[in-house]
Write a protein that binds this ligand. Structure first.
Ligand code: NAD
Ligand code: MG
Length: 398
């Protein structure tokens, strides 16, 4: 029996994780669940899984949750705030921690799990984008383990040779091929992109995900963040990671070896596969995902991404090349711009523009320590907010 904490349990990844866990009550016990404000979902999850603690980042939501649990006679202890999230992440009874909070807000809780030496199932890619080198150094220092949940990175992990060692070239690996669906606007005429709505952007053709990552998939900033994630996870240089458009999302990514072999991981686009893989690793367990029907799929297409359509992908590659705090600024500006788009204060095509503009206004510095990263993150957000605000005033939106 393994103890499990799910950070971000009410979200898309959190719910899929609990779906897999519920299929194996003999293998996993839920020790802690956390969310931001969604009290209703958390109440249902606590009744079902009876965790030792439940955390709401928002204090008012925590009060509501405590009342609700009390009424239902559920003995789960309720905590709140960042401190509560960190306690849940480091709780001794859980050896596995699923990091599924969205955005840089997930960084400190994920780090708390790493510092407690946990096996970290990492969905929260923004944590690595923001803290990359520091994060990986903490993993090594505390003998923690990272298993990637992002479907591409999980696929790469499954296709890589098992050995450790220096850099990607270990075990004869030549490069990583990260696949990308291209999102809902892959074939939309460029001139129409300025007018697409949040609902259209969130209607992903293959994956059912949270709103932020759905918008990131539409701009392909998601793939950009994933290139940065792969860079840190697999010690790969930017030029060793190629993005391949693959609209069917059946191949989740590939690894090419020096002898010309290319290994791919295939499956239906359902996050329960990488979740089950990482939960049970190195064993395999049932995930509830249907068998892949290749006759139904019939064909697999590949294409090169068009950087005119997806300028965010280019910005992300530039951020890796620039190094230092560039990806912190990229991520902060993107979070602000996506939020502004979702609240209809910014046009879809202005997301990349806000990120670019913010990157140009802030000097890239060397990464010193966590505090300086967090302060650059705050500064990036403040500047991006200003850029959005000026835009809103000049366009009359909002
Ligand atoms: P989501 O929006 O559906 O859920 C986010 C979760 O985080 C919720 O439980 C929410 O309550 C919690 N949360 C949000 N803000 C918080 C804050 N400030 N403090 C504490 N908790 C907070 O998001 P998701 O789609 O499940 O994505 C989660 C992470 O997994 C993201 O980093 C995303 O990029 C990554 N990911 C998701 C998918 C997917 O299929 N959904 C695939 C690959 C990677
Ligand atoms: Mg992904």
């Amino acid at each position: 029996m393994k103890g499990l904490t799910v950070l971000g349990s009410t979200g898309s990844i959190g719910v899929s994780t609990l779906d897999v866990v519920a299929r194996h009550p003999d293998k996993y016990r839920v020790i802690a669940l956390t969310a931001n404000r969604d009290v209703e979902t958390m109440l249902v999850q606590c009744e079902r899984f009876k965790p030792t603690i439940a955390v709401m980042a928002d204090p008012d939501a925590a009060n509501l949750l405590a009342k609700g649990l009390n009424q239902r006679g559920v003995a789960t202890e309720v905590l709140s705030g960042l401190r509560g999230l960190e306690i849940a992440a480091a709780i001794p009874d859980a050896e596995i921690v699923m990091a599924a909070i969205v955005g840089a807000a997930g960084l400190l809780p994920a780090l708390a799990a790493v510092r407690a030496g946990k096996r970290l199932l990492l969905a929260n890619k923004e944590a690595l984008v923001v803290a990359g080198s520091l994060f990986m150094a903490e993993v090594a220092a505390h003998a923690a383990e990272i298993l990637p949940i992002d479907s591409e990175h999980n696929a790469v992990f499954q296709c890589l040779p098992p050995s450790g060692g220096e850099g990607l070239t270990r075990g004869g690996v030549k490069r990583i091929l990260l696949t990308a669906s291209g999102g809902p606007f892959r074939t939309t005429p460029l001139a129409q992109l300025a007018d697409v709505t949040p609902a259209q952007a969130c209607a992903h053709p293959n994956w059912d995900m949270g709103r932020k990552i759905s918008v990131d998939s539409a701009t392909m900033m998601n793939k950009g963040l994933e290139v940065i994630e792969a860079h840190w996870l697999f010690e790969a240089k930017a030029e060793e990671i190629e993005v391949v458009l693959h609209p069917q999302s059946i191949i989740h990514s590939m690894v090419e070896y020096v002898d010309g072999s290319v290994l791919a991981q295939l499956g239906n686009p359902d996050m329960r596969t990488p979740i089950a893989h990482a939960l049970a690793w190195p064993q395999r367990i049932d995930s509830g995902v249907a068998s892949l029907d290749l006759f139904q799929v019939a064909r697999l297409d590949f294409d090169q991404p068009d950087l005119q359509r997806y300028p965010c992908l280019k910005l992300a590659y530039q951020a890796i090349q620039a190094g230092g705090t560039a990806s912190v600024i990229l991520n902060a500006a993107n979070e602000v711009a996506v939020e502004a788009f979702l609240s209809e204060r910014l046009a879809f095509t202005e997301i990349a523009w806000v990120v670019d503009e913010t990157l140009q206004r802030l000097a890239v510095e060397k990464v010193e320590d966590l505090d300086s990263l967090l302060s650059i993150d705050r500064e990036g957000r403040a500047i991006a907010e200003q850029v959005v605000q000026n835009r809103v005033l000049s366009s009359g939106m909002g």
